[in-house]
Design a protein. Structure first.
Length: 109
């Protein structure tokens, strides 16, 4: 089984090497990249075509200005989802403290 974001899919025997946390993270990353591409190619182009049909320029500007923040939001969600699936979310920060410097220490006075 491979987990892609919220869903689990069975894998054929030839792809069983992907049935690990890193394989799931890579599949989740590919899913979100596909979603960002679809947003760019379909949704934003349709919105731009609808905005061009209006009389004012405000809608054109809003669609153009909102393009980058929407894609950036998807990229942030993509990274977050991939880290959660891979097991490298915030829990790894709680396992230890910062590594201490090795080497000579200054004598205390």
């Amino acid at each position: 089984m491979i987990q892609i974001w919220l869903w689990e899919f069975p894998l054929p025997p030839q792809l069983q090497f992907l049935a690990n946390p890193l394989g799931s993270a890579a599949a989740t990353l590919a899913f979100w990249l596909l979603l960002a591409l679809l947003l760019q190619l379909i949704v934003l182009r349709v919105l731009k075509a609808v905005a061009r049909r209006t009389d004012s320029e405000v809608e054109d500007v809003v669609v153009d200005v909102s393009r980058r923040p929407l894609v950036l939001l998807i990229v942030i969600l993509e990274i977050n989802a991939s880290l959660k699936v891979s097991g490298l979310d915030d829990s790894w920060l709680d396992r230890g403290q910062r590594p201490r410097r090795s080497g000579p220490t200054a004598p205390s006075a």
